[in-house]
Design a protein around this ligand. Structure first.
Ligand code: GLP
Length: 244
């Protein structure tokens, strides 16, 4: 779907998420959301916060799993995705803190591989992800699934691509401060969600969106695997859709 502006698109996506949350609440069930960070989803979170404040949208029955987190990083650090999610969503709605999961950038006392397996189990125990929000990086990554990430990859530690570290440089006040690695859900983890919503705004995303949507399905562009998902939407503004 193509919208004139990212703000209209964000409102539409938030409306879709709110309907899902309310529908599940009506059935006495939980709603499991997969969440993304970056500048792309902030409009969706702003709208969800507004709906919580003004329309009584409750997150009491919502369980969330974030896609990724830098590694290592402490949750209180400026660039941590834990902090990002608190600032943009969790601190402003009534989600139960124990229901909001972000990969742990401080894993200690167990190996990172064990932790990643446990993250997968937590998703499974919650009943799997109903709707997964996604942004896209310039390398075509979803989560932090850099080029080379396979179709069946699962939550794991990954080495960040040079392009990704360069894009994150301003957040970290210099590329040399960007962590070399991150924990990310795998492509297989993401594709297991029942519904996927990939968002892209601005001309900077136009060429990677064209590759992801119309290019061949390959490990070079993780987002191209969305073509194989039965219920994946790509939501764009006009600038991001320009090369389609
Ligand atoms: C980071 C995140 C991705 C996100 C990407 C794009 O790499 N880990 O999940 O999609 O940035 O960021 P932005 O939305 O700021 O363009």
């Amino acid at each position: 779907r193509v919208f004139c502006h990212a703000s209209d698109a964000s409102r539409a996506i938030a409306g879709q998420i709110a309907a899902l949350i309310r529908g599940r609440a009506g059935e006495g069930r939980t709603c499991v959301l997969g969440l993304a960070t970056g500048s792309t989803p902030t409009g969706v979170y702003d709208e969800l916060v507004r709906m919580h404040r003004e329309e009584g949208l409750s997150f009491q029955n919502v369980v969330t799993f974030n896609l990724d987190e830098y590694f290592p990083i402490r949750p209180e650090e400026l660039q941590s995705y834990v902090r990002f999610m608190r600032e943009h969503l969790f601190d402003h709605v009534d989600i139960k803190p124990e229901n909001a999961h972000v990969p742990d950038g401080t894993v200690s006392g167990e190996s990172v591989a064990d932790y990643c397996r446990r993250y997968e189990e937590m998703i499974e125990d919650a009943g799997g992800i109903d709707l997964q929000l996604l942004g896209i990086g310039r390398t075509g990554h979803i989560g932090f699934n850099e080029p080379g990430s396979g179709r069946s990859s699962r939550t794991r530690l990954i080495t960040l691509d040079r392009v990704t570290r360069r894009d994150a440089a301003s957040d970290f006040f210099g590329e040399e401060n960007v962590p070399a690695r991150a924990i990310t859900m795998g492509v297989g983890t993401i594709l297991a969600a029942r519904q996927l919503v990939l968002m892209a705004w601005g001309e900077g995303k136009a060429s990677i969106i064209a590759q992801a949507v119309e290019g061949e399905i390959s490990t070079h562009v993780a987002a191209s695997f969305l073509q194989e998902h039965p219920n994946a939407q790509i939501v764009m503004d006009e600038a991001a859709a320009e090369h389609l």
